[in-house]
Unconditional design. Structure first.
Length: 155
């Protein structure tokens, strides 16, 4: 039973982080004036929503449930996305991208912590690896985009 409780707790934590990311990307899409960035942010918001649904299916298989659609209010990532909201007030795309990068790095750390316990999460390791890879790819895309904007601003 203790093993199952750990699985439920870990999955709920990941679902909260994914929902935080979804909300952060939605906020970013509403704030930027760049059509290209709006599309990018909405794409990753939808990806995070899909990831959360996949994990909710696994959570249900373990007897847990998550009604939370808005992220973890007490989670460390929530504080990270608050940085995003502060950046959004400036409407500066470089700042928005930097805040998203911080949030994605925090999400990767949380996924890594869960992935470091393969015995506990054996039935969904492949799914977690796939989602972590997707978050890493999003982070790389945000970093590349931010560097490109910084170079344009420096020119």
């Amino acid at each position: 039973m203790e093993h199952n409780d750990e699985v439920i707790s870990d999955l709920k934590g990941l679902i909260n982080i994914l929902n935080d990311g979804k909300e952060g990307y939605e906020s970013a899409s509403e704030t930027t004036d760049s059509i290209e960035l709006k599309g990018l942010f909405l794409k990753y918001s939808a990806q995070r929503a899909g990831y959360a649904m996949e994990l909710k299916d696994h959570l249900a298989q373990h007897g847990g449930e998550s009604e939370n659609e808005r992220g973890g209010l007490l989670g460390a990532l929530h504080r990270t996305w608050i940085d995003l909201k502060q950046a959004l007030s400036s409407k500066e795309d470089v700042s928005i991208l930097g805040s998203i990068e911080t949030g994605e790095k925090a999400a990767i750390e949380k996924f890594d912590a869960v992935l470091d316990d393969p015995a506990t999460h054996a039935d969904h390791m492949e799914l977690l690896q796939k989602q972590r890879t997707g978050i890493r790819e999003a982070l790389t895309e945000m970093e590349t985009y931010r560097h490109r904007l910084e170079n344009l601003n420096d020119a």
